[in-house]
Design a protein around this ligand. Structure first.
Ligand SMILES: [Zn+2]
Length: 297
């Protein structure tokens, strides 16, 4: 299907003019509220050029398309797997044409649907070593700050290991993997250029950099996990400094995506300062967490 037809279809879906056959029930929302439930179905959206939103209202899944096949980043929850597939089809693409599946980080709310998506597409799943092991087990280890409190997810088979800085290619698509550990050991930020009619944007799918822990883990405990805090701060600084025109995040609310995307958008999608502001917000959260750990010592 030519891109213009796909755009028209996507626009029609947003306007409610078409009634696509979604597997998920209830009907997907054309306009997602902030703070939406993680499994609230969302209508798919065009982001820019080859890049589409196919996630739920509460959790992102990003599709990057090409004539040689597609790349999908993230599978949201186990329940959302079918919604993501329905969204891919509603845009006129084939799930079977997804050749590569990538992940932001190894938690059930971003990796839960990947096993089904891998099965139904036959795609290769690629991840950083720390994430890959957790993806294959369906759960992380004590290196995960939320290890004691986070749910498991369906295990994923045959995860290929990536190096920090490795470029994943498929036809014209080139995505760079940036190790951004801190929220989890395998946390990965993805960047690519998305071009249409000679207009290119630096796309950043910045992973969660939020300092959440279970009742036991302390970021300040250097003896238990040496270097983790320093690497976390490095990761935040690296994301803040990325060339960044369009910031996307695994949790849409973390970068106000529903204010910038879709029919109810009130703010520009392109914002070159977005990654820097994201870095400031997550640094404030980490500093707050460290202050709490000091008090609790
Ligand atoms: Zn997480």
């Amino acid at each position: 299907m030519p891109i213009a037809t796909r755009l028209a279809l996507a626009t029609a879906l947003l306007c409610g003019a078409a009634a696509p056959a979604f597997a998920a029930d209830p009907q997907p929302a054309a306009t997602c509220p902030e703070g939406a439930d993680w499994n609230m179905p969302a209508a798919p959206l065009h982001i820019h050029a080859d890049t589409w939103y196919v996630g739920t209202c509460g959790l992102s899944a990003i599709l990057i398309t090409s004539p040689q096949g597609h790349v999908l980043i993230d599978g949201a929850t186990e329940k959302a797997g079918a919604m993501i597939e329905a969204n891919i089809r509603a845009l006129g693409f084939r799930v079977e044409d997804v050749r590569i599946i990538l992940n932001s980080h190894e938690h059930f709310d971003h990796a839960g649907g990947i096993a089904q998506l891998q099965r139904d597409s036959g795609a290769t799943v690629l991840a950083m070593p720390a994430a890959a092991t957790a993806l294959e087990h369906g759960k992380g280890d004590r290196g995960d700050p939320q290890f004691l409190s986070i749910d498991a997810f369906p295990a994923i088979q045959n995860v290929k290991r990536l190096r920090d800085g490795e470029v994943v290619t498929l036809g014209p698509i080139r995505l760079t993997a940036h190790a951004t550990p801190g929220h989890t050991p395998g946390a990965t930020t993805w960047t690519w250029d998305s071009c249409q009619d000679g207009r290119c944007h630096h796309m950043v799918y910045a992973d969660s950099l939020s300092a959440y822990t279970d009742d036991v883990y302390r970021y300040s405990d250097e003896a238990a996990h040496p270097g983790v805090l320093a690497r976390f701060r490095q990761a935040i600084a690296a994301v803040a400094a990325l060339p960044c025109d369009i910031l996307l995040t695994p949790h849409p609310d973390a970068s106000a995506m529903w204010k910038r995307l879709g029919p109810a958008a009130t703010q520009p999608l392109v914002d070159e300062a977005a990654c820097r502001r994201y870095g400031e917000a997550v640094t404030a959260r980490l500093d707050k967490r460290l202050a709490q750990e000091k008090v609790a010592r």
